[in-house]
Design a protein around this ligand. Structure first.
Ligand code: HEM
Ligand SMILES: [Cu+2]
Length: 589
């Protein structure tokens, strides 16, 4: 039977959902353009190649870069992908159009407020500044607008999650006993992780940072706001990654000409991330005084467990690609790689992003080791690492995925495949230069987060090559990356302006080789997994938080006493939990 367009294009079947996806992608891409421009300015400024801003304005740029790329671009894009994935995999529209527009509107308004607060720092005499970087913990303080916008943005994401849960509930009412479709399963587990982890940042922003920036309270406990930030700051890493994983698991095998290797394995991976991604945040605080070494050690052990789902992913995704290549006639142990559709920018971009993620995983293991972390802490190594992970594994997957997704929501064909291919390759090459040089610069001790990395009367030394050569590589890589973003935005703009097409893209997703039927039903018991995740968080954080509040001058720092009742309560928690631990240890021994 000939297929008509309405069998095919997402936009015809779900016009309202497509409009939401388009809106979220639009905000994401605007943020990408501005953020990448700031990135270029930083890369050229730090390396002393070209200086168009005052060094005093560097933090304003860097805050804009971090917030617009790591928070706005990634999360708006995620919302679009998730909205598409839920409607597609449940095969039903969202429950309420108004509700969907409400969260898009709230997130967008929050983004605008926060961006205004940041960029206000560039306008002299405005008295507004928010140079607090995307990590925004005390003692750096921003204009209240920054935090208020941020709070609106986060509440917006909560509502977005509610939208998807409502769809799921409505679907469940007509499909009792069925397995949750894989893409929806991925969305829901990711959102549960997000709810658990954003509690930390919500408490920090609403109870401490907003009142403090408004002058309602005099001081905060900086270590507490840092710890609450990192409580959320590691899981956000998985929040960035999960939409990329969703595409690697469910879209990439199809683009490769094959099918997903195993549906149950994908479910296990998402559950492991739900369980393990929050109780590890302290691994960002190995150098913080005020947190006992033992807690840092526990965070390190949990972190190493997180390697498991990442390795499972590498295995499943590569196996699915190999299956695709063999379907296309690929042979041999490695020769099958040649049979993959390397001319397709969506495929090539995602595959290159995955390859870079492997490299990022290796440098991540170094970050995660408590003692070896001292070597690279706060050096340029760290941005070198996360431009491979969020900056490429996530960002490049999102750009490459757009070549396949955007036509589905606009109903137009991709403007140019060759430009798309050039774009993803340029990103890869640019990142090889920039990230590799950043890693090496970090090993030489060059600090991150500064416009003036050069100390006076001091020479950085590298075992091989030279500091000059590293600077050139960073500047060159940064320029290629920026040009790559320009090509991307150009291609997407012309795509969306193009003529309607009958079949903008082959959107069908094949069934996995091994489906969910035989796998344990308990995998789909979301309530139980949420409970376990919450329990692990309580175990990992109660004692460290109690210690930070007690030893750090109370909830509000600055020597302000903790109200007596609260302090007694905390003492009680500490004593009970530690004696429970001791008893447990006694029993085991
Ligand atoms: C045009 C492409 C890009 C260029 C040229 C670029 C360049 C840079 C440079 C040079 C720094 C280090 C600044 C310093 O520590 O002094 C930096 C930091 C950073 N970049 Fe990028 N970057 C790009 C894309 C991205 C993307 C796509 C993301 C995430 C999705 C990202 C996220 C970040 C973050 C979170 C920081 C750390 C900010 C901070 O320390 O507070 N960048 N970038
Ligand atoms: Cu982390």
């Amino acid at each position: 039977m000939a297929t008509t367009r309405s069998d095919r294009a997402f936009v015809d079947k779900f016009p309202h959902e497509a409009a939401i996806v388009k809106a979220t992608f639009l905000v994401a891409f605007v943020a990408l353009g501005i953020g990448a421009f700031f990135g270029l300015i930083q890369a050229l400024h730090r390396t002393n190649v070209l200086r168009v801003i005052e060094s005093a304005d560097y933090y304003t740029m860097l805050t804009g870069h971090g917030v617009l790329l790591a928070i706005v671009f990634t999360i708006f894009f995620l919302c679009g992908v998730f909205h598409w994935a839920v409607a597609r995999s449940l095969n039903r529209p969202a429950e309420s159009r108004l509700f969907s527009w409400a969260w898009v509107g709230l997130m967008t308004t929050g983004t605008v407020l926060t961006t205004v607060a940041i960029l206000g720092g560039l306008v002299p005499n405005l008295g507004m500044s928010a140079d607090v970087l995307f990590t925004f913990y005390a003692p750096l303080q921003a204009h209240p607008l920054f935090y208020i916008g941020l709070a609106m943005f986060i509440v917006g994401t909560w509502l977005a999650g509610a939208d998807w849960f409502l769809s799921y509930r409505a679907w469940r009412a007509n499909n009792s006993g069925e397995r949750i479709p894989l893409q929806t399963f991925m969305v829901l587990t990711t959102m549960i992780m997000w709810y658990v982890s954003t509690i930390g940042v919500a408490v920090s922003v609403v109870f401490f940072l907003i009142p403090w920036s408004l002058g309602l309270i005099e001081s905060v406990n900086p270590l507490l706001t840092r710890t609450l930030f990192w409580y959320f700051g590691h899981p956000i890493v998985y929040f960035w990654l999960m939409p990329a994983y969703l595409m690697w698991y469910t879209v990439l095998p199809k683009l490769a000409g094959g099918r997903l290797f195993s549906d149950p394995l994908a479910r296990v991976v998402f559950l492991l991330f739900l369980l393990l991604s929050t109780p590890v945040g302290i691994h960002h605080q190995y150098l913080d005084p005020g947190i006992a070494e033992g807690f840092k050690f526990i965070a390190m052990t949990n972190t190493m467990f997180l390697l498991l789902p990442s390795l499972l992913t590498a295995f499943t995704v590569v196996a699915s690609m190999e299956h695709g290549a063999r379907q296309r006639g690929g042979k041999g142990y490695v020769r099958w790689l040649g049979a993959l559709p390397w001319r397709d920018p969506a495929f090539t971009g995602m595959a290159l992003a995955g390859a870079m993620f492997a490299a990022g995983g290796f440098s991540g293991m170094i970050n995660a080791g408590m003692n070896i972390n001292y070597l690279i802490h706060n050096t340029l190594w760290v941005p070198g690492h996360f431009h491979l992970t969020v900056g490429t594994a996530v960002a490049l997957t999102m750009m490459a995925g757009s070549y396949w997704l955007v036509p589905q929501v606009t109903g137009t064909k991709l403007y140019s495949r060759p430009i798309g291919l050039l774009q993803v390759i340029m990103w890869f090459v640019g990142m090889v230069f920039m990230s590799n040089a950043m890693h090496r610069a970090g090993l030489a001790g060059i600090p991150r987060r500064t416009a003036e990395p050069q100390y006076q009367n001091f020479e950085f030394l590298t075992p091989i090559g030279s500091i000059f050569e590293l600077r050139v590589q960073i500047a060159l890589g940064g320029t290629l990356l920026f040009l790559s973003v320009v090509l991307f935005l150009f291609n997407i703009l012309l795509t969306s302006l193009g003529d309607e097409s009958d079949r903008p893209v082959d959107a069908a997703l094949p069934e996995p080789l091994s489906g969910p039927e035989g796998s344990p039903r308990i995998l789909d018991n979301l309530a139980m997994w949420t409970g376990i995740a919450a329990l692990l968080v309580i175990l990992a954080y109660t004692l460290p938080l109690a210690g930070i509040i007690q030893n750090g001058g109370g909830l509000f720092g600055g020597g302000l006493p903790v109200p007596a009742t609260l302090s007694a309560g905390l003492d009680f928690v500490v004593v009970t939990v530690s004696s429970a631990f001791n008893t447990l240890l006694g029993v085991i021994a």
